[in-house]
Write a protein that binds this ligand. Structure first.
Ligand code: GDP
Length: 386
């Protein structure tokens, strides 16, 4: 265990106080133990608090340290932790799901973290328990930078009714989504009834987050003319609400104008949720204005979708797609990491590129080699989902 890999929540009292930094993957929940750091033999893996049944009980009764430990298990890239985490999830699944899951996206600088701070504090004041998670699509590639400012959401991080967890690092392909989804379930089991998932609009991250939440909002800035033209229609079609933020001071009037322009355009777009007309609203995260209206909108949305059955149907579909995505990830990784394929692929590639062989025939040979290699294995090779 190198220092580089040491979890940043090494000091327990600071564990939950950071916002959206990206943690390096850890190779075990013992990573913060001095013996582990010194590279010495770590004797006990199954300390009582890491027994999944005990941990599940502690999480259910709202133990924050237990929750942090559970999430660390989920985020770990070690195989034994994967299995412990799955046992833990199995135990907590019946307690999960009782929340409203809200996704928030917007370009860097749109005011997401300021908004979450204001919105999250508003909800905590009203008796809700708010968990803030982040999906940083760059975390696997760069070690994370976009959501990487530790000073974000300081006030909310100190609120005892809030829990802020930075984006996990990916480990392998697909890792970030799995970890975030599972973390969400753990937070729900711990009694958090509002889950906010923040992401920046990079790559596919908006689509990924849309697929894990009930309500999705897009934070935008004023100066709509250019922005609206530059904005992809597809992103607006994912949103259940568009929030024109920074509607304060000299900006207030232009924000209202921008809101109208968005409303006009939204009218012509396909709604993200059937039967729900996506509307634009203004807010000022700094002055805490517009927050009430946004929460009322979300509450109305929840009532509407629950009544129509869309709420439950969307969640069922999301879980089905999650299963599907993970199967595909798993198949792909198993296939391409298989030594027989690694060996054979360059030859087949050359043959098809040079036009000497039909593509399908190349695929056929590869699959035969893959299954032959699989059949030779005495036991299953390890999970590649981390
Ligand atoms: P993020 O990158 O989307 O998370 O954006 P931040 O929350 O870090 O905000 C970017 C900048 O906009 C910061 O300097 C904030 O102080 C400022 N900001 C955020 N919300 C508001 C707002 O409602 N009004 C004004 N005037 N500035 C804001």
């Amino acid at each position: 265990m190198t220092d580089e890999k040491k979890p940043e929540w090494f000091e327990p009292e600071k564990a939950d106080s950071f916002s959206s930094v990206v943690k390096p993957g850890v190779s075990g929940v013992n990573a913060d133990r001095p013996a582990a750091k010194a590279g010495r033999f770590v004797k006990k893996r199954n300390t009582p608090s890491l027994d999944p049944a005990t941990l599940a009980d502690e999480i259910k009764t709202g133990g924050r340290t237990a929750l942090a430990k559970g999430i660390t298990l989920i985020e770990s890239n070690a195989e034994h932790d994967f299995h412990t985490a799955q046992t833990l999830l199995h135990k907590l699944l019946p307690e999960s799901g009782r929340s409203i899951r809200i996704g928030i996206t917007g370009v860097p600088g749109a005011g997401k973290s300021t908004f979450i701070e204001s919105f999250g504090s508003y909800l905590c004041d009203r008796g809700h328990k708010v968990a803030v998670l982040a999906v940083d699509p760059t975390s696997s590639l760069t070690g994370g930078s976009i959501l990487g400012d530790k000073t974000r959401m300081e006030k909310l991080a100190r609120n005892p009714r809030a829990f802020i967890r930075p984006s996990p690092s990916g480990g392998k392909l697909g890792g970030v989504h799995r970890k975030t989804r599972e973390t969400m379930l753990l937070c729900e089991a711990a009694g958090f009834d509002v889950i906010l998932v923040e992401t920046v609009g990079v790559g596919q991250s908006e689509v990924i987050v849309r697929d894990m939440v009930d309500f999705f909002m897009l934070l935008v800035l004023t100066g709509a003319g250019d922005e609206l033209q530059g904005m992809k229609k597809g992103i607006m079609e994912l949103a259940d609400a568009v929030i024109v933020n920074k509607a304060d001071g000299p900006n207030e009037q232009s924000a209202k104008k921008t809101k109208e322009e968005y409303n006009r355009i939204l009218h012509f777009l396909q709604p993200a949720t059937k039967g729900w007309q996506t509307a634009a609203m203004t807010s000022s995260a700094i002055q805490n204005s517009g927050i009430d209206e946004i929460w009322e909108t979300i509450t109305a949305f929840e009532q509407f979708t629950k009544k129509s059955g869309i709420f439950g149907e969307r969640r069922r579909l999301q879980t089905k797609e999650w299963l599907n995505d993970m199967i595909i990830d798993q198949l792909q990784m198993n296939f391409f990491n298989n030594p027989a394929i690694k060996n054979l692929l360059p030859k087949v590639e050359n043959e098809v590129i040079s036009g000497n062989r039909p593509v399908a025939s190349g695929v056929d040979e590869l699959f035969k080699a893959f299954f032959e290699a699989k059949n030779k294995l005495s036991d299953l090779d390890s999970f590649s989902l981390l």
